[in-house]
Design a protein around this ligand. Sequence first.
Ligand code: ADP
Ligand code: NI
Length: 217
Amino acid sequence: MDKVLIIEKTKEYVKETLKDDSSGHDWWHIFRVCELAKEIAKQENAEVFAVELGALLHDTADYKFYKGDLEEGVKVQEKRLREMGVDEKTIEIVGDIIANTSFKGAKVKVERKFKEGQIVSDADKIDAIGAIGIARVFAYGGSKGHLIYDPQIKPVVHQSFEDYKIAHSPSINHFYEKLLLLKDQMYTETGKKIAQHRHKYMEEFLKEFYYEWDGKL
Ligand code: ADP
Ligand code: NI
C-alpha cells in the first residue's frame, strides 16, 4: 500500500476508534497534534511519514483505553501497520510513540530514543497548553465530575504514575500538576518556541481567574 493510502486508512481508523471519546482524546485533538507535528518535523528535518503515522496513533493505546494494558494496545497497532505493508523501521518508531507519549506525572521522565518520538511528544504537549489546553482541562474535569477550583485543596507534585492516575484534583490544580510544567519538557527548539507563547497565555489566564474568583470589581 502506498504512503498516502496508509495515512488515509489510518485517519479513518482513528476517527472511528476515538469518535465517542470525551476524555480529551477526540479526533480534533489528534488532528491538531498531527498538523503541529508535521510542521515541527519540517523545521527539524525529520521523517514526516513516521511522524504523521505516530501522531495519528499516539493516543490509541493510552492507559485510559485497553484497561491499562499498554503493551497489548501497542501490539494491536503494530500488527495493523504490518498488514498494510509499513516498513519495520517505521513500525518501531511508531510503536515507541504509542507506548511513550502519555504524560505520567510531574516527576515521571520518559526517555525518547527517536527524533520522531520527540516531535510527536512536543506536539501532544503543545496541544495541552495555551487556549486549547485551557478548554481541554475544564472539559476533562467536567467529564470526571471535578470542581473548577477549591482554594483549600492544594496542588500536588506527583512523584509516580500511580499517584497521578488516581488524582481527582480540581481543574485549576491541573495547571500546576501538569500544564505549567510542559514548556520545560519540550525536546525540539521549534516546540520550545511555541510552548513559550502558550505558557504566557496561561499565566495571564490564571491571573485573571484569581482576580475574578476574589469577586474584585
Ligand atoms: P495527552 O495524553 O493527550 O497529553 P491526557 O490523557 O493526559 O492527554 O489528558 C487529556 C486532556 O485532559 C489534556 O488536555 C489534559 O491536560 C487534560 N487532563 C488530564 N488529566 C486531567 C485532570 N486530572 N484534570 C483536568 N484536566 C486533565
Ligand atoms: Ni494526546
